[in-house]
Design a binder for this molecule. Structure first.
Ligand code: IMP
Ligand code: MG
Length: 188
């Protein structure tokens, strides 16, 4: 497949290495406990699958799908739940698994929402973070990589649902990004 990538920010080897480190840390931090990973669809799917299999503890999985009102590249902070959890989380040790923290508005909403269900603990593990874009402070316990303010795709992250299956994190060429945004139009 001919992929219009201008720059690879995190390659496959770096992803594997960092996810191994995160899993070791999480395994130690939750020793003796059972962990419930809550993945945020769809971006976190590949990260969650790789991370979950490397954590050496009993792990349960659940997913939420949320949609943030706003444009393709800017979150408005108003979040709608498209798919809620299947499991009750009261009393559980819950770790939210997210692809990327940008403004932080989505996670701020999710934290508030999940906290109200009284889990025993609630933490965040994000593969990527763009600290310069933050509009609200998010207590994120585990972070894979800090990246600059660039729109990235791959390893679950998309632009209009394209490029999720790349096995690295990259930045699209400006022409390709513009063309996709143009084609997707009001769908975004
Ligand atoms: P926030 O509410 O602004 O933190 O938005 C977080 C969500 O926006 C992430 O879960 C992604 O779905 C999406 N997002 C933010 N930055 C990027 C990016 O660079 N590439 C792909 N999706 C992104
Ligand atoms: Mg997401």
């Amino acid at each position: 497949m001919n992929v219009p990538i201008a720059e690879v920010l995190v390659d496959r080897e770096a992803l594997t290495r960092r996810i191994d480190e995160l899993a070791v840390q999480i395994t130690a931090d939750y020793a003796g406990k059972e962990l419930l990973l809550v993945g945020v669809l769809k971006g976190a799917v590949f990260f969650m699958a790789d991370l979950a299999r490397r954590i050496d503890l009993p792990v349960a999985l659940d997913f939420m799908a949320v949609s943030s009102y706003g444009s393709s590249t800017d979150s408005s902070g108003v979040v709608r739940i498209l798919k809620d959890l299947d499991l009750e989380i009261a009393g559980c040790d819950v770790l939210i698994v997210e692809d990327i923290i940008d403004s932080g508005l989505t996670l701020s909403y999710l934290l508030k929402n999940l906290r109200s269900r009284k889990p025993a603990s609630l933490e965040i593990c994000a593969l990527l973070t763009k600290p310069s874009r933050r509009r609200t402070e998010i207590p994120c316990r585990y972070v894979g990589f800090e990246i600059p303010d660039k729109f990235v795709v791959g390893y679950g992250l998309d632009l209009a649902d394209h490029f999720r299956t790349l096995d690295y994190i990259g930045v699209l060429t400006e022409e390709a990004a513009a063309e996709i945004v143009d084609q997707a139009g009001s769908l975004l």
